[in-house]
Design a protein around this ligand. Structure first.
Ligand code: 5MM
Length: 341
């Protein structure tokens, strides 16, 4: 492992003013997104949609540092035969790849999941590196409910994340470590805080056990936030302050950057929260976005599968990317949203 090179890539992924586009929806998830805009989830439609995003010159060159791809996409070519990976590189962004293989039920823990995909991961990473991937992503899913999460689920998922991260670094690939505590449910922000703290503490403990170099990784956490069905929704400033307090209590300063997931927040909420955290400032790590839905909901709607709508889809993507780019330096204002595509 060359740690200095890994650290350079990690820092480039969190370049101030830029963040990561999570375009790694698995086949099932992209079908759900396409169903919502009445588009068939065919291989060509998935390619056309992602090509539209990666050819959004303004968004990709100014506000996007890297793109997380799904296995199908990393091997796909644009309509003119150019590999999609090349489009990303030509725009000055870094290609990345989702390497987990989804979740399975965790035995003895009803209702809880563990992320799988470690078997043959070393070989897969080698092929992805040859294709141009310089970072990877693995997502663990932790649900909050009356008697969950169990410590068993937290430990199993943290262990898998750490094993994945160590394999990535051995393959000269920067791991994005994503332990997502879901915001589904009616729990309040303090319950989310407490569970996320347990999850992050265990994750960093396992990362140390597996000898992962913290300087060569990126953390992708959820924010401390109210459950979607909680009657009392914490305001933006409370989310920002509690998330910062939480992260300071468990994320070592050696980690170069934190790139949040949006987790089902509205586009504007996700931007406002990131901005408020960066306005607090004086942080040991760079804070940016690694959003899926909060970057893509608007372009998906604008595009709706029609070739004539490609410029509108690209404008919608550029707008959200610019808003989040500004939030990554604490320079966003709600008034800027009116300049939407
Ligand atoms: C883009 O969605 C990613 C892949 O999800 P599936 O494996 O379930 O298809 C997902 O991991 C995503 O990268 C993160 O959750 C961040 O996306 P959001 O929408 O939460 O910002």
């Amino acid at each position: 492992m060359n740690l200095s090179d890994l650290n350079k890539i990690a820092l480039a992924m969190v370049t101030p003013g830029k963040g990561i586009l999570a375009a790694d929806e698995s086949s099932g998830t992209i079908k759900k997104r396409f169903d919502a805009i009445k588009v068939d989830s065919t291989e060509d439609n998935r390619r056309d949609y992602r090509e539209m995003l990666f050819r959004s010159q303004e968004a990709m060159s100014k506000y996007i540092s890297g793109v997380i791809l799904y296995d199908e996409t990393i091997w796909q070519n644009a309509k003119d035969g150019t590999p999609l990976v090349k489009l990303i590189e030509q725009a000055g962004a870094i290609p990345g790849i989702k390497v987990d293989e989804g979740t399975q039920a965790l035995p003895n823990c009803p209702g809880e999941l563990v992320t799988v995909g470690l078997d043959k991961l070393a070989e897969r990473l080698k092929k992805y590196y040859e294709r141009g991937a310089r970072f990877a992503k693995w997502r663990a899913v932790i649900d909050i409910g009356p008697r969950i999460p169990t410590q068993t689920a937290i430990r199993a998922n943290a262990h898998a994340l750490a094993r994945y991260a160590a394999l990535c670094q051995a393959a000269q690939i920067v791991p994005i470590v994503e332990p997502e505590v879901l915001m589904d449910g009616d729990h309040d922000i303090d319950r989310c805080y407490e569970v996320t703290q347990r999850v992050l503490n265990r994750t960093f403990q396992e990362l140390r056990v597996q000898r992962v170099a913290l300087e060569g990784m990126i953390l992708k956490p959820n924010m401390a936030i109210s459950g979607k069905k909680c009657p009392k929704q914490a305001p933006v400033q409370e989310v920002a302050e509690k998330t910062i307090r939480l992260l300071k209590s468990c994320v070592p300063a050696a980690v170069p950057g934190i790139a949040f997931l949006s987790g089902g927040q509205s586009d504007e909420e996700a931007t406002a929260h990131l901005d408020a955290m960066n306005k607090i400032g004086n942080l040991p790590w760079r804070l940016t976005f690694s959003y899926g839905r909060a970057l893509q909901a608007a372009p998906q709607k604008a595009w709706s599968g029609k070739p004539d709508n490609v410029p509108a889809g690209q404008r919608a993507f550029s707008h959200r990317a610019r808003m989040n780019g500004l939030a990554s330096t604490g320079n966003w204002e709600a008034g800027l949203e009116k300049q939407a595509a």
